[in-house]
Design a protein around this ligand. Sequence first.
Ligand code: CS2
Ligand code: MG
Length: 405
Amino acid sequence: MKIIAADTIVTGPGRNFVTLRISTDEGLTGVGDATLNGRELAVASYLRDHIAPLLAGRDAGRIEDTWQYLYRGAYWRRGPVTMAAVAAVDTALWDIKAKAAGMPLYQLLGGASRTGALAYGHASGRDIPEVLDSVRAVREQGFRAVRVQAGVPGLDAVYGVADSDRGGARAGASGHPRPFEETWDTAAYLRHIPRVFEAVRAEFGPELPLLHDGHHRMTPVQAARLGKDLEPYDLFWLEDATPAEDPSALRLVRGHTTTPLAIGEVFNSLHDYGPLLSERLIDYARSAVTHIGGVTAMRKLLDLAAVHGVKSGIHGPADISPVGMAAAVHLDTAVHNFGIQEYTWHAERTLEVFRPSHTFTDGMLRPSQLPGLGVDFDAEAAGRYPYEPAYLPVNRLLDGTVHDW
Ligand code: CS2
Ligand code: MG
């Protein structure tokens, strides 16, 4: 089966997405997600200008060879743009391979290891009463695990907290032609977050799995302090406690707290994990199929993680398209060392373009039973939603110093 076309479609139904559609001479097509929030056009160009011309005529069934050809053949290794492009090719080829085999992708990955994949939803609030209402609402949506983000007194906008004063969620904002600038105060955050989880535990009890995303903002010793302060509230994980560039930072954090740690959504190679796996400095690997290099790369990452007792916590925000989410659910179903799956609702307009057939019931995600990934991509609907320049916010400390967002 030969590749005859590789089309890159950039569309903005509610937020921007980049999708690669590969067509073959036997009539089968496959799709892959190449969305890189805030840098979508760079990946689209990488695909259109540097990868698509190389794919025509290649055997669509040679997935590993194509992955190595695009990874090693580029000479310049890794990076979020390159690996999102490679991921899209890889995922589309797995979609085609599974369709050709007449089975859903998870079957090709070894079949089901579980009856469903536990998902977690996003709760947030500008103050503690709003947080409690939001946790309640997320549970009413059927989630059995909840990520809790909260506003910080004195700060007008914080990652993960919808800002109704400005017409909706700003975190990961789309449709805004320049980055919002937010102000951050780690000391105020460290004082406040333990109180938030104390209130959530008091309201919802000890059993509900609770997660929190530090979003790269703490120094190692600040992260160690927060991990210790949150131990009484028994979190499922504390995510991105420190910036991910320095894996050794987590060596210090790990030495001070038993709060489970998760990191990796900004990684684009299993090599980025380094000692995090070999020294068991984390409990969950957070990469997304779209950013780590596709299904092939994610499977290798999770198998390496399993050797060291680390479980999956695949990244699943709204800026991962339903195609990327579908690939995650197939992997969640098949791998042994599954941990949890982030699951964020997509906008109705997004679901006009991408029609996934994975399901979310009783707090669990279950993969499509259709051959392939199980996502119907409507290119005509995609054409109705043009790309709009959109950037992630920029964070500054109170004195104006740029900080991690
Ligand atoms: C967040 C993401 O879901 C998460 O864990 O870290 O929403 C992240 O902010 C966005 O994916 C950035 O585009
Ligand atoms: Mg995160």
